[in-house]
Design a protein around this ligand. Structure first.
Ligand code: MFK
Length: 628
């Protein structure tokens, strides 16, 4: 969305608002470039003309939604910080950053959208250069990311275990204005986390200092090249890239990476199979190792890489995503041989948390714009905000956004505790379980809430140069990359079985403790709903243990949704029980808990996970026409 500042004076053109109001001070307008119209007295022969006679476009122009400081506009964010991180410095940083987003950054984000990256394969003299040209705004985003400490805050740890929450709150404000720059930041953060977990030493000590730097000159971003042509989900079987050991202990990588996002990154972490002396590799996950590679040499040229083409994507067009042929890319092995997946899993955790932050940020942004618009747009003789059905719709979106925010922040709180050595065993289990749950649930919510949000602008929500449709197109990726909804639902089952159920024990214990602390009588209906859903879930899981293999796979998605909804209900109740909570906090908790909090129980009762449904499902999907 483009924030355009223009000096508009009494005697010059006026901002098109539908009201001929003199404007004597600078006006910051978001969403689309200001349309300037001449006031009637400036139009030769205007007097006495019929309204549509000159320009044939009439005199009414709908006011656009205004982006205001997203920090100051966000009651829940402020309440959450007052409760958990009551720091004047944090408040001030986020407030100032919020101003900067409106004043300049939001406009850069729009510039990234309308000036997408392009690939220059050859220079004018025929030399292969494989240069990805990005917009100046995209490059400014990189500098800003360093200056604002968008990765650094998580590693400086100035606020101890709450540093991650602080960092993610800042990213949450930034994300919808970032022109998707949050994507390279997610991978940069993930790479820093992987390096830190392995121990910061040669050959990645310099890289770590760059990834976590606040100096734009020093700052680097990282890619995460995992997906190959055989598949993005089944990494263990889909990875064909091989790593040829060199005499100096380094490797040369050869293979084809199918989706490499933010391909203009300075370095990458990637997976490959080390070849033995006979040139053989080990198949499956056990054959994968993790490598570090700098993308460019000292002259700034890609080394051992051919950029085949840039992807033509539904959304996220601001960001270069490429297919890469690795043709002897020099690399260092960071993991032990065969421990690549386990090693890169740290990166997956961080990027999945970033994904969840972006999801809730998108929901919040569309709501901020929609609620502003509802104060400007009149239909049927009154403002949208005075139409009860419209207000009910926005309130439902608000409830979804609040639940998502509290879930995501809780995951950030947990990773912060783990990284600073404060996490109990219970919290470590909870973090493992809730990371995929938050990612898969908020990804779906974001698409639904943003789609609903576009509707609140009527036809304007469907018009590209308002900047609104891009929000929906960009949201669609949130449930796909870093693990689709089904893959993450299976990841939930995986972590349950790998922990012998301990992650679920942690979940039940913690959710129950959140409910136990809720004492407000006005919340008792909500507490009862969550409590009863929790009991239903427990009984379902006990019964599921006796079911044939395959039952839980069919139930996996609904189980993940149930875990999400129940936990979000408990968090909303917990937040509403805090002494500084508002009436709206309590109302949001009550509204949230009106839905089916445990769909896995309701669907099991309908026989949805019965093995007999499998052939019926297949027959339904593949039913052929009987007509000739
Ligand atoms: C914005 C641009 C958009 C462009 C378009 C987007 C297009 C999409 C682009 C993409 O493709 S993005 C990448 C999407 N792919 C993924 O996110 C990967 C999805 N697959 C998984 O998550 C698999 O579950 C995974 C590859 C991680 C696991 O595969 P395996 O081979 O079955 O691993 P396994 O044997 O279960 O676990 C190996 C080790 O990793 C174990 O450790 P130990 O050996 O020490 O026990 C696991 O515990 C550990 N592990 C696996 N998943 C973990 C994990 N640890 C922590 N967290 C996890 N999530």
């Amino acid at each position: 969305m483009m924030a355009v500042n223009r000096q508009v004076t009494r005697h010059s053109y006026r901002v098109c608002t539908g009201l001929y109001r003199p404007l004597s001070r600078s006006t910051s307008v978001s969403m689309v470039q200001n349309v300037l119209v001449r006031p009637p007295q400036d139009v030769p022969g205007a007097e006495g003309q019929a309204e549509f006679s000159r320009a044939m476009i009439g005199g009414f122009f709908q006011e656009r939604p205004m982006l205001k400081n997203p920090f100051l506009e966000d009651a829940l964010l402020q309440g959450y910080l007052r409760r958990h991180l009551p720091s004047e410095a944090v408040y001030s940083d986020l407030r100032v950053f919020g101003d900067r987003l409106v004043r300049e950054v939001d406009g850069w984000g729009r510039e990234c959208e309308i000036t997408p990256p392009r690939l220059v394969t050859y220079d004018p003299w025929g030399c292969r250069v494989d240069r990805i040209v990005t917009s100046p705004a995209w490059q400014r985003m990189k500098d800003l990311s360093a200056q604002e400490g968008l990765v650094a805050i998580g590693y400086e740890r100035s606020y101890g275990e709450w540093s991650r929450v602080y960092q993610m709150c800042k990213l949450y404000l930034y994300s919808p204005s970032s022109g998707l720059y949050t994507c390279p930041l997610a991978m940069t953060d993930g790479a820093a986390k992987v390096i830190q977990s392995l121990g910061v030493s040669w050959p990645v000590a310099d890289a770590f200092s760059r990834l976590t730097s606040r100096d734009p000159e020093h700052f680097w971003t990282s890619g995460q090249w995992m997906t190959e042509r055989r598949g993005g989900s089944d990494v263990g079987n889909g990875t064909e890239t091989v790593a040829l050991p060199q005499s100096d202990g380094t490797y040369r990588l050869s293979g084809f990476k199918w989706f490499t996002s933010a391909t203009d990154a300075d370095m990458t972490l990637t997976l490959a199979r080390v070849t033995d002396v006979d040139g053989q590799t080990t198949s499956g996950s056990r054959g994968l190792s993790m490598f570090y590679a700098a993308v460019r040499d000292e002259q700034g040229m890609v080394q051992g890489i051919e950029v085949q083409r840039l992807k033509d994507k539904l959304g996220t067009r601001q960001m270069p995503t490429a297919e890469l042929l690795l043709d002897g890319l020099p690399a260092h092995r960071l993991s032990e041989e065969g421990r690549g997946v386990a090693c890169i899993a740290n990166m997956l955790t961080v990027t999945r948390i970033h994904n969840s932050v972006s999801a809730v940020a998108g929901m919040r942004r569309v709501l901020q714009l929609a609620r502003d618009y509802a104060t400007r747009r009149s239909t049927f003789g009154k403002l949208l905000r005075d139409h009860p059905l419209h207000m009910q719709t926005l309130a439902r979106m608000e409830v979804e956004t609040r639940g998502a925010f509290l879930l995501v922040m809780d995951v950030c709180r947990l990773i912060g505790r783990e990284e600073t050595g404060h996490a109990s065993q219970l919290e470590t289990h909870l973090l493992r379980l809730l990371t995929p749950v938050a990612k898969l649930y908020t990804g779906k919510q974001a698409v639904a809430v943003i789609s609903e949000g576009l509707e609140s602008f009527g036809g304007q929500g469907y018009i590209e140069d308002t900047g609104l449709p891009a929000m929906l197109r960009d949201a669609q990726v949130l449930s796909i990359w870093e693990g689709t909804t089904n893959v993450l639902s299976l990841d939930v089952l995986r972590c349950v079985s790998r922990s012998s159920g301990l992650v679920l024990q942690a979940y039940f214990t913690h959710t129950q403790s959140l409910l136990a602390a809720a004492s407000l009588p006005s919340l008792s209906v909500a507490v009862r709903s969550v409590d009863s859903a929790l009991s239903g879930l427990r009984e379902f899981l006990q019964a599921a243990a006796l079911k044939p293999p395959g039952f839980m796979e069919l139930a996996a998605r609904d189980l993940a949704y149930s875990l999400a909804r129940i936990y979000m209900g408990a968090l909303l109740i917990d937040h509403a029980s805090w002494e500084g909570a508002s009436h709206s906090d309590a109302y949001a908790a009550l509204r949230w808990c009106e839905q089916d909090l445990c769909p896995v129980v309701s669907k099991a009762a309908m026989g949805c996970y019965n093995m007999k449904t499998l052939p019926l499902d297949a027959a339904l999907v593949y039913e052929e026409s009987t007509s000739d």
